[in-house]
Design a protein around this ligand. Sequence first.
Ligand SMILES: C=C(C(=O)O)c1ccccc1
Length: 361
Amino acid sequence: TSPLFQGYRLGDMSLPNRIVMAPLTRNRAGAGFVPSDLAADYYAQRASAGLIVTEATQISQQGQGYQDTPGIYSDAQVAGWRKITDAVHAKGGHIVVQLWHVGRVSHSSLQPNGGAPVAPSAIPANTKTFVNNGFAETSPPRALDASEIRGIVEDYRRAAANALKAGFDGVEVHGANGYLIDQFLRDGANQRTDRYGGSIENRARFLLEVMAAVIGEIGAARTGLRLSPVAPANGLSDSAPQPLFDHVMDELERLHPLYVHVVEGATQGARDIAPDFSFAALRRRYSGAWMVNNGYDLALAERVLAAGEADLVAFGRPFISNPDLVERLRRNAPLNPLDRDTLYGGGAKGYIDYPVLEPVD
Ligand SMILES: C=C(C(=O)O)c1ccccc1
């Protein structure tokens, strides 16, 4: 059989296949930033995935960057997620929540008291965000005072505790795509002169403090991490990504989270934007589960799994338009086209109404 359909032991979970539903922002949260009341259907329809990673979910109001994304810092939000984890578990699925703080990729209208978004340094993202049903320039950020960082680490810890209360099998810390953790890691956004900036060790400190706090709260076997070492997402860059992420992997080997999920290349874009960057070098430094993502199809997924270059493959957009992606990959069946007009925002259309394959008789 295809390596995609081999089972895989991931911590306490026995995954039936190597196919992961990647985190997908859909901007459909309800009042109070609780997940959509359609989300239980949406995620349950996709529960045949070996593992589901939810859409990015903010750990605090300060951590929100786009309209109508869900949080996991209030009792109402936890209750909303409980319905979703119950629906996925009823279908035999496994689901973790992606914990998100956007840092500078936000707009003052979303921030507590209409304040400036926070970041390691006061360097604008020069990108747009989705607010008030349109795109707007992100607001210029203010640099965090070192004394504020402990509070944000505590917000991640509390969100991880809330994730277990909500019935999740674990969390994926969002360290990718130019959001707060990634802003601390990369010298294009982090020009601090204190213990959180300058050297590679200092720039990795915030990520590692977050990981240690989350692992301390819910255990390494329930804590994953997403990274995008060379993605230019949200205006990020770094002068030397290989030594930076080599160091990150050495430190993660020590903390030993459940898995590392890497975006290979530019998120949703070209895979080969950094030909001299070695993802294999990163993987050699870490003995936990390795999850790869970005533009995979059946052939490429089977190739990397057969070659032992990855343990799990995450698919994003294909899961939006194919709730039964697993069955379609198994049969090498055609995929439903993606409706781009209903990707972000809206209701049931383009969310829970994509068709599944006819059952084979
Ligand atoms: C959380 C996101 C990411 O990680 O890129 C995101 C946010 C808005 C639109 C698409 C994706």
